[in-house]
Design a protein around this ligand. Structure first.
Ligand code: ARG
Length: 456
């Protein structure tokens, strides 16, 4: 393709280091799409005769059918998917194939194909993410009354409802969905027709190709067009953030599934056994979701490091843009599917959760709040009084709900004449009706609202 000024062919290792076909063959659909749009434009504008343009388009469609049936042939000498397709086109339609590369270069061609691929990838992830969000809502609704300990510092803090806990993840994944939408909003300009870096002297119609490929408009600066990989970085950043959220949920599942907790049992479909310990049931899928998050953020780092020192415009380093994006995309797809499967099928253990929620005087804040409301006591003092009540419970080996009003009056006389608050975990969660709070009533309200506004 570029042999005109070369006397010898490349060294064997040169072909190997230079080639991207082993991985960029994955762009074949997008490359054919881009080339068809380009050929149509060349014909319409008269840059290429209409009959030649038609022959090129027919040849490209034949290649599409071939690759669909047989896959893409890998020949390192043809370097990348763009040259592979052009070589095959030449075999099919002869030298007229050479007119396709008028008014473009591989630099705008690859940028276009990769942008198209990334847009499709983002849409795919959006679908997988909404399946997971849907699964979280279903489980949250079913578990809106289930009580478990809420933790800070992984120490029992206050009782919360499981529905509320699951909806916290729903919120994270909703923000992720909006980040994905922003990826595609920004990836809405088409670089095709920018040519090598400086634009072209041919009277091309860039609006036409942009529209044909589903972009909103052509990119405004040809140098930026061929050297910009922000769309790929945007996707990797969004993917990393999703992976991070998935990893946190995976970590909770791993903790909850361990015997000392026993809050949850993963279904057989999402567990593995041990080859030596017959009793074991391991949360491998959750561990791998947690592990893959490291690899996905590694992919983001790989592309950032590739781009950070590059002058304008295209440099061959940029060919390394695809492996990390493909890797992250594949891992993310696996993680989202596995997590959705785990969420849909795990079995909760409400009694274990309730018992744990009852430990550690988890309703102490409720007592302090009650002292403020009923006794008019400043919160700092209420905190102190409650501390004394907890100490009394420890001495007696009982819970806060077991104390009588006399016990409390003995600690602080200002409480006399009031009825005791409900210091059970049920009473505690039921009282937390503030907007976004953990009360079952509030959880059901949140679910109703997000179903109504169709926030999936
Ligand atoms: N295989 C190359 C890539 O993926 C295509 C662009 C080649 N451009 C060039 N000027 N050598 O980046």
């Amino acid at each position: 393709m570029w042999g005109g000024r070369f006397a010898e062919g490349p060294a064997a290792v040169m072909a190997e280091i230079n080639a991207s076909i082993p991985f960029d063959k994955r762009l074949w659909r997008q490359d054919v799409r881009g080339s068809i749009a380009h050929a149509e434009m060349l014909g319409k504008t008269g840059i290429v005769g209409q009959s030649d343009a038609d022959a090129i388009i027919a040849g490209l469609k034949q290649i599409e059918t071939e690759y669909e049936a047989e896959g893409v042939p890998v020949n390192l000498a043809l370097e990348d998917i763009h040259m592979t397709i052009e070589a095959r086109l030449t075999e099919i339609i002869g030298p007229v194939a050479g007119r396709l590369h008028t008014a473009r270069s591989r630099n705008d061609q690859v940028a276009t194909a990769f942008r198209l691929w990334t847009r499709d990838a983002v849409n795919e992830v959006m679908g997988a993410l909404s399946n997971l969000r849907e699964a979280l809502i279903v489980r949250a609704e079913e578990q809106s009354d289930t009580i478990l300990p809420g933790f800070t510092h992984l120490q029992v803090a206050q009782p919360v409802t499981l529905g509320h806990h699951l909806l916290a993840y729903y919120e994270m994944f909703t923000r992720d969905a909006s980040r994905l939408r922003m990826c595609n909003q920004r990836n809405s300009e088409c670089p095709l027709g920018s040519a090598a870096l400086a634009g072209t002297g041919f009277a091309n119609d860039r609006d036409m190709t942009a529209k044909a490929l589903g972009f909103e408009r052509p990119t405004a600066n040809s140098m930026d067009s061929v050297s910009d990989r922000d769309f790929a970085l945007d996707y990797l950043m969004a993917a990393s953030q999703i992976a991070l959220h998935l990893s946190r949920l995976a970590e909770e599942i791993i903790i909850w599934a361990s015997q000392p907790f026993g809050f949850v049992a993963l279904s057989d479909a999402w567990s593995t056994g041990s080859s030596i310990m017959p009793q074991k049931r391991n949360p491998d899928a959750a561990e791998l979701v947690r592990g893959h998050a490291g690899r996905i953020t590694g992919c983001l780092n790989a592309l950032m490091m590739t781009m950070k020192g590059l002058p304008l415009a295209y440099s061959k380093d940029m060919q390394n843009d695809k492996p990390p994006v493909f890797e992250a995309h594949d891992l993310l797809g696996l993680c989202l599917t596995a997590m959705t499967g785990m969420v849909e099928s795990m079995t909760f253990a409400p009694e274990k959760m309730r018992t744990a929620a009852d430990s550690g005087f988890s309703t102490a804040t409720d007592l302090a709040d009650w002292l403020v409301r009923q006794g008019g006591i400043p919160f700092r003092e209420a905190h102190h009084i409650t501390g004394a009540a907890v100490k009394l419970c420890e001495e007696r080996g009982c819970g806060l709900a077991d104390l009588s009003i006399e016990d409390l009056v003995a600690i602080d006389g200002r409480i006399a004449g009031h009825d005791l608050p409900d210091l059970t975990v049920e009473g505690s969660v039921a009282s937390r009706t503030s907007y976004g709070g953990t009360a079952p009533e509030q959880v059901r309200y949140q679910i109703m609202m997000l179903k109504q506004t169709n926030r999936l």
